[in-house]
Design a protein around this ligand. Structure first.
Ligand SMILES: CC(C)(COP(=O)(O)OP(=O)(O)OC[C@H]1O[C@@H](n2cnc3c(N)ncnc32)[C@H](O)[C@@H]1OP(=O)(O)O)[C@@H](O)C(=O)NCCC(=O)NCCS
Length: 161
């Protein structure tokens, strides 16, 4: 039986699990193995980073199936990660994680949420209300859309911890 997903704060000792999940998640898109290896080397998810930032995981049936990372910079919040295990994609969990991160950013005083979008995920982010506000050079040598969402205070975050 599958239970509803639950959101909670990540523990620092989960940094390695989360980094591996991000690489599996990126591999959902049709990238060659060499690109995914390079991507894995750019990830800076250490226990210290998890402890110092707003990292929240999505658990289903006791398994970590996704996570988001928010970096708070005053009125700007940066969505630095949004990754789902491939088996979790397309079940509404992306919206759950995104809306939770946006609500938490607003509750913590941010007025704008910004992120560099994986090109294959732009349609998802547009469904979430995001708009492309510019372009940025990524460490992997690509130009990525920089997307933004204006935040309103309203619904509290879904995360319990
Ligand atoms: C991007 C990602 C988080 C989306 O999560 P998801 O669980 O598949 O999305 P949801 O099921 O919550 O979909 C929410 C809505 O977005 C739409 N959507 C989802 N992915 C989409 C896509 N790639 N393109 C266009 N629309 C998309 C859904 O149809 C749904 O629309 P609805 O509101 O009409 O029902 C997920 O595909 C993922 O983890 N991808 C691999 C990692 C990745 O690219 N992360 C982003 C890093 S910047």
């Amino acid at each position: 039986m599958t239970t509803a997903p639950v959101l909670r704060r990540a523990r620092p000792d989960e940094a390695g699990v989360l980094a591996a999940l991000a690489v599996r998640s990126k591999g959902h898109w049709p990238y060659p193995a060499a690109f995914l290896d390079r991507f894995a080397r750019t990830l800076g998810l250490t226990p210290e980073v998890v402890a110092a930032n707003e990292v929240h995981v999505l658990e289903r049936d006791g398994r970590v199936c996704g996570f988001s990372t928010l970096l708070l910079r005053g009125e700007l919040a940066v969505l630095d990660d949004l990754w789902l295990d491939p088996a979790e994609i397309g079940r509404g969990s992306g919206r759950l994680l995104f809306e939770d991160a946006a609500a938490r950013a607003a509750a913590l005083g941010a007025r704008t949420l910004e992120w560099e979008a994986e090109p294959h995920a732009v349609g998802f982010y547009e469904r979430m209300g995001g708009v492309t506000a510019g372009w940025a050079d990524s460490p992997l040598g690509r130009r990525l859309p920089v997307m933004r969402l204006a935040l309103t205070t309203g619904a509290p975050p879904a995360t319990t911890g």
